[in-house]
Design a protein around this ligand. Structure first.
Ligand code: PPS
Length: 561
């Protein structure tokens, strides 16, 4: 059994702990350091807060090999997946058993001391096979370390501080705190519910039914991906969970944010989640159908039933009973969800909710809760509420800047959103003054424009950009950055070189032809035309107003304005 043996923290043991921490901090000035990425920080936090109990640190080689061969630690305790610290071969070569390593976050803040017991080179193909079987992907599974060829370091970890978290601190509880909460509330049975998507009314009806059936309360946890910390998705998911949790009576559901992240490690990952949930004091755990959080289907799959069976086989050892999803369908007469175990629709409404939100259509009452919808509508907006980028690209003299300026004014006049002009010259003066016109620097310049535009769009504004942007790779990069938050409208200003050269307002073509300047785009430097721009405008035969009108028509046809 797992959490039953978590040691009690009394005043005396805490004092001993604090003294030890002080001593470690003093000694650590001479230790080598290892810096963790966000996923590794989550693993470390799970070791420090004892969510990975009985592990006391990163696995030593004997435990690691035993876990891969027999799904158990060397002492026979059930454990499905390796929890290892991966380091470079170079760093591994400097280590000797018994020495201490300072474990730090990316900013260098010391979080723990690892006392090295083993250093070895894992066989990653064998590790992947042991975890996934034949068809596993060959990502580095056990160390979460992004290294192509890691070495593993095993050893006991002594905590100095938890990784620093600044978001939602009021709903982050350690396993011990959650257990204490359950004891205070008298919750003897608790179903752990982790989900990577926002939950709605069908989910609510299912969870209520499960809670009733099991005579249990619910521990609700949004399942995070560590990289999400930097994106709005993380905040939207957690805030939608807060709203969802509020729809339950207080004695039925508790919300908690744990550092457990989505591992996508198949059945063994689910078994590890059972162990972790036990350490958080849960007795049951909801197992979603293949973790895919699929849209509505007609029945639960055989594969899924087999997975639940397999997990149930370990329930006595882990102390956590797996609970399968229920098929819920809407009873049109009452507008409520009911169980339809006879093979009615099951799955979730999330995609339908998002679809309606981006179309700007109302969400039917039976689908979700006003609070959840309110949170989701901050991210999923209809186009006329999203920010967007107008990205003009073309030769010098093609008419980009003129067109950009006309649209800047017209969009300001509409007064729908804040508008920022990032014309080539403005950027070259204020953002990229140290850059030249080499391929590398042009790409860097365009990537910077993409970044600034994405920040503007993230905050609901319009960025009007007008660089030459001759290379597809940096145009793609800019599109990718912006589209995470809103629309990216690429406009190839396709005015032919002959016309640009004839205009030659800056005299730049004449200088290039005279050999005074080198590497002018279109003359002796390449321009790769956009293959699939949203618009292509040749300004040879159009006035600036006519060209701007084409863009405004596109924006209006596509519901941006
Ligand atoms: S890029 O390729 O996107 O980074 O170029 P961009 O930042 O838009 O800068 C283009 C303006 O710089 C002037 N200029 C040159 N352009 C192209 N090639 C060379 N060698 C060059 N040297 C200076 C030129 O006036 C461009 O302005 P626009 O407004 O496009 O005419």
């Amino acid at each position: 059994q797992y959490s039953d043996s978590l040691p009690a923290h009394n005043a005396e043991s805490l004092l001993v702990h604090f003294r030890r921490v002080e001593r470690l901090k003093e000694q650590a000035t001479e230790f080598k350091s290892v810096y963790l990425n966000p996923r590794q920080l989550c693993d470390l936090e799970m070791l420090l807060n004892r969510a990975f109990y009985p592990l006391e640190g990163y696995m030593c080689r004997a435990d690691y090999e035993s876990v891969l061969a027999d799904m158990a630690l060397a002492d026979g305790t059930l454990w499905p997946l390796p929890i290892c610290l991966g380091v470079t071969e170079e760093f591994a070569a400097t280590l000797t058993p018994g020495e201490g390593i300072a474990v730090r976050d990316s900013e260098g803040f010391m979080l723990a001391v690892l006392t090295v017991s083993d250093v070895w080179k894992p066989d990653l193909a064998a590790e992947t096979f042991a975890i996934f079987g034949e068809d596993g992907d060959h990502s580095v599974a056990g160390c979460n370390c992004d290294l192509e060829d890691p070495w593993y370091v095993g050893g006991r970890v002594e905590g100095i501080a938890f990784p620093q978290r600044y978001d939602f601190t009021d709903i982050r509880m350690t396993p011990a705190e959650v257990q204490r909460f359950f004891v205070q509330k008298g919750w003897r049975k608790v179903v752990a519910v982790q989900a990577s998507r926002p939950l709605h009314k069908a989910d609510r009806a299912m969870l209520e039914e499960i809670a009733l059936e099991e005579g249990a309360s619910l521990l609700l946890s949004p399942l995070l991906s560590p990289s999400m910390y930097s994106s709005v998705d993380h905040f939207v998911l957690v805030r939608s969970f807060q709203q969802f949790a509020d729809t339950f009576p207080r004695n039925l559901a508790k919300l908690n944010l744990s550092p457990w992240f989505q591992r996508s490690m198949g059945p063994k990952g689910a078994l590890l989640r059972a162990i972790v949930n036990k350490n958080y004091g849960c007795t049951h755990m909801l197992v979603w159908d293949s973790g895919k959080m699929k849209p509505r289907l007609n029945a639960l799959s055989d594969e899924y039933e087999a997975h639940i069976q397999w997990l149930s086989g370990y329930a006595e050892t882990t102390g956590v009973i797996p609970v399968a999803e229920h098929c819920m369908s809407l009873d049109k007469a009452t507008g409520k969800y009911v169980n339809s175990a006879d093979g009615g629709l099951c799955g979730n409404d999330h995609e339908a909710v998002v679809d309606l939100l981006v179309k700007g259509e109302p969400i039917p009452d039976w689908m979700s809760f006003p609070g959840v919808i309110r949170e989701l509508s901050r991210k999923y907006k209809p186009r006329w509420k999203q920010g967007f980028t107008l990205f003009f690209s073309g030769l010098s003299g093609a008419g980009k800047s003129t067109l950009a300026k006309v649209l800047y004014v017209k969009l300001l006049e509409l007064n729908h959103r804040p508008v920022t002009l990032l014309d080539g010259d403005i950027v070259r003066t204020n953002l990229s003054s140290e850059l030249n016109f080499s391929k590398e620097h042009r790409n860097l310049n365009v990537a910077r424009i993409g970044f600034v535009a994405s920040e503007i769009v993230k905050n609901g504004g319009v960025a009007v950009c007008a660089p030459i942007a001759p290379y597809p790779e940096s145009r793609r990069q800019a599109r990718h950055m912006v589209e995470e938050y809103g629309g990216f409208i690429e406009i190839h200003v396709s005015t032919p070189l002959s016309v640009c050269e004839q205009r030659d307002r800056k005299g730049i073509y004449a200088k290039a032809r005279a050999g005074i300047i080198k590497g002018l785009t279109g003359v002796d430097d390449p321009y790769f035309e956009p293959e699939n721009p949203e618009l292509r405008i040749d300004t040879s035969e159009l006035t600036p107003n006519e060209a701007a009108h084409e863009v405004l028509m596109f924006l209006s046809d596509n519901k941006y304005i």
